[in-house]
Design a protein around this ligand. Structure first.
Ligand code: FES
Length: 106
């Protein structure tokens, strides 16, 4: 599946991923800025926070309970479609997915 990471202040990053990849690992492997993924996908850092575009929200689905708690601790603003990228598993069905990467905090 192809996924698109949009940043507010830079170019879009179009990434080719394997089915079964997490959205986070696809981003990290391709050097998408703003996806820090400090905990390596253990659902404990919230530095892989993304905003899923409205039109994909239903296909991606809501966060799990632990993820939901962690999203409250994310540095950037929590929105209705906030997800942790490490908790999204990519499938062919999600090809074309667009997510926004929150702006860098410094
Ligand atoms: Fe740490 Fe997703 S990589 S919570």
């Amino acid at each position: 599946p192809k996924v698109i990471f949009a940043t507010s202040d830079g170019p879009q990053h179009i990434v080719d991923a394997q089915p079964g990849d997490s959205l986070m690992s696809a981003a990290v492997r391709n050097g998408v800025p703003g996806i820090v993924a400090e905990c390596g996908g253990n659902q404990s850092c919230a530095t892989c926070h993304v905003w899923v575009r409205e039109e994909f929200a239903e296909r991606v689905g809501p966060p799990g309970d632990m993820e939901d708690d962690l999203l409250d601790l994310a540095v950037s603003e929590r929105r209705a479609t906030s997800r942790l990228a490490c908790q999204i598993t990519l499938t062919q069905e999600l090809s074309g997915l667009i997510v926004d990467v929150p702006p860098h905090e410094s």
